[in-house]
Design a binder for this molecule. Structure first.
Ligand SMILES: [Zn+2]
Ligand SMILES: [Zn+2]
Length: 478
């Protein structure tokens, strides 16, 4: 079996995985509630002979599916959580399927499914050719809250991997050779003394005042942080009524910077701001860490290999109807955003679904604004990552337009392309230990041989899985 045979096998079985991705899109579940997707994927993998381990890292919707014996051990990372409030039909006008319900605005219905598709294809080829080694699919929940993989990583489940591969739906076919930011997600809970806000205001000590003063302090801090740093917050509890001095108030922060060390340093300063706000208002403050994810460490050896396999696979062709739908979606996006999105790879206005491949050396060493819990895995094991065209240029992730595109044939075509790219790359790694050795050497240089230490503190436990919230039906699809 050659690489072409592997591509052909996937091509013949694509419909099965389109169906899986559609079903997950139809049943969007947010972080730690992804029972539908994890059960569907586990059942599919078990049925074809994978050994499945559940409740990985104490997360009930996390699992590992494994096939083969001995080394090398190649892992493919999948995700399947949806985002709140992004319910949307496959339509170029805003049309919620469930009012304020969740939706796959980050395309994780595609992300995990491509991994399942890739490992099942690899199992076929390993059986046919008698290839030695182990392949694993990691079902990773709760990426959107940046913590699923960090709990799995803390449990050591990535430690024996030789290499990890993953991908993400995007608006072009490219290797992710830039970094993404480290991030901490932390809540500050203030407690004060309640009182009648008009009758006895002098008796009150307002927790909301503390939250507001803390935010003012954090906003002043911005000037004195490194370029690219991000500080964002929402007030999750601001009290009950204006005429009651709030004795409880909470604020939720995300702090991002280009390395875990920089985030830690910024966090220490934010703790001082919280303590200062408590002192000023005679309130008490407690904090609660929800997530702490590393920055991503790209691996050029793996990324370059994935790039070569992208070119061998060949990017999908989109029909006239898909191009029209892409245009309709882009027409709903602010033109300045569309224009700035085109700039990254120099796409013309006609290139709504760019067929090209990009591996830009100038992006190496740069850092994107966002974060992912793939970061933790990338500091444990050499990790390769690509993006493929699953939505038109200009459509932003985490938008209703993205949900629409990821539920359409545009998204499914990009997903199959990613599955083939990952399968071909894993095939190379199984057959050629030199690639693994080179990837490992690069990794050792970049990490300076330091062992990964989890960012998430020992006392932080994953949230218990909640009951599934919403599911949708009667969908309009392309
Ligand atoms: Zn996302
Ligand atoms: Zn995502």
């Amino acid at each position: 079996m050659s690489k072409q045979d592997l591509i052909d096998w996937i091509q013949r079985h694509e419909f099965r995985f389109t169906d899986m991705a559609q079903q997950i899109w139809d049943h969007p579940q947010v972080a730690y509630e992804e029972t539908f997707a994890s059960q569907l994927q586990m059942a599919t993998l078990k049925e074809v002979g994978f050994k499945v381990t559940t409740d990985v890292g104490g997360v009930s919707t996390a699992f590992i599916a494994e096939y083969g014996i001995g080394s090398p051990i190649i892992g493919i990372l999948g995700e399947y959580d949806a985002l709140p409030g992004l319910s949307q039909a496959v339509n170029a006008v805003r049309e919620e399927i469930i009012q304020s319900g969740p939706g796959h605005g980050c395309g994780h219905n595609l992300l995990g499914t491509a991994g399942v598709e890739a490992v099942i294809a690899l199992k076929e080829i390993m059986e046919q050719e008698g290839i030695q080694g182990t392949i694993r699919y990691y079902g990773c929940p709760a990426e959107e809250v940046l913590s699923g993989k960090t709990f799995m990583a803390r449990a050591g489940v990535f430690d024996d991997l030789d290499c990890a591969l993953t991908w993400h739906p995007g608006t072009a076919n490219f290797v992710v050779n830039m970094k993404m930011q480290a991030m901490v997600s932390i809540k500050f809970h203030f407690s004060g003394i309640t009182a009648h806000a008009a009758g006895a205001p002098h008796a009150g000590r307002s927790a909301l005042d503390a939250v507001e003063l803390m935010n003012i302090g954090a906003n002043y801090l911005r000037e004195h942080t490194l370029d690219g740093t991000r500080i964002h917050y929402v007030i999750t509890n601001g009290g009950l009524a204006p005429n009651i001095v709030p004795d409880k108030a909470s604020v939720w922060y995300y702090l991002r910077a280009s390395s875990k060390g920089e985030v830690e340093a910024m966090l220490q300063r934010v703790h001082k701001i919280a303590e200062g706000a408590a002192l000023m208002t005679e309130t008490q403050v407690q904090h609660e860490i929800l997530a702490f994810a590393y920055d991503t460490l790209p691996n050029d050896v793996l990324n370059d290999l994935m790039f070569e396999n992208m070119k061998i696979t060949g990017s999908p062709l989109f029909t006239e109807r898909e191009q029209e739908f892409a245009q309709e979606l882009v027409d709903t996006v602010d033109s300045t955003i569309v224009e700035s999105s085109r700039k990254l790879f120099g796409n013309t206005p006609d290139e709504l679904l760019p067929p090209g491949y990009y591996n830009l050396p100038q992006l190496r060493g740069t850092t994107m604004g966002g974060s992912t819990d793939v970061g933790d895995v990338s500091w444990i094991v050499p990790t390769g990552q690509v993006m493929t065209t699953c939505a038109p240029v200009g459509v932003q992730a985490h938008s209703w337009q993205a949900t629409a595109s990821y539920g359409s044939s545009i998204g499914y075509k990009g997903m199959h392309f990613a599955a083939k790219t990952m399968a071909l790359t894993a095939y190379d790694l199984l057959l050629n230990p030199t690639f693994i050795e080179q990837a490992r050497n690069e990794f050792m240089i970049n990490t300076e041989g330091q062992r990964y230490k989890p960012g998430i503190p020992d006392y932080v436990q994953p949230p218990a899985a909640k009951k599934p919230q919403n599911s949708s039906s009667n969908l309009v699809r392309m």
